[in-house]
Write a new protein. Structure first.
Length: 141
């Protein structure tokens, strides 16, 4: 009897994204900690942050989901965020809370056609990278 294993494309997509996030974090945080002393380092850091911002298909905020912070000004402060990195089959998003204009407690979730959103378990060092990644986005203030 032959057993076949179905590949989980959504999980593989999540693994690929976290590897890229960790790589950007390692390079970006090294440059930030060295206080960006050269033009080359400054350009590399800007390149990383621009790539991060361009990687999101959408960034939304919630007390209800909105696609721009200005809609919320004066009405209520957003308390949750969602960053969509890929959609369809597979889909990947980052969700979390906003406190004092910073993203906190971000977690990655993946999904494939016909499946529910599933939390993607990551290591502590990957969590540090994810925290850095989400805070490259503007959350008000």
């Amino acid at each position: 009897m032959t057993t076949t294993t179905k590949q989980n494309h959504a999980l593989e997509n999540a693994k690929g994204h976290i590897e890229s996030i960790v790589e950007d974090f390692e390079t970006g945080s090294y440059i930030e900690q060295s206080n960006v002393t050269t033009q080359e380092q400054e350009e590399k850091l800007e390149e990383i942050k621009e790539s991060i911002l361009n990687s999101a298909l959408s960034v939304e905020f919630r007390n209800g989901w909105y696609s721009d912070l200005y809609h919320l000004k004066g009405v209520t402060e957003p308390i949750e965020f969602k960053i969509l990195l890929s959609w369809g089959g597979p889909s990947l998003r980052i969700i979390g809370e906003i406190e004092d204009n910073y993203a906190i407690n971000p977690k990655m979730q993946f999904q494939d056609w016909g499946t529910p959103w599933t939390d993607f378990e990551i290591t502590e060092s990957q969590q540090d990278a994810l925290n850095w990644f989400v805070n490259c986005f503007y959350f008000g203030g």
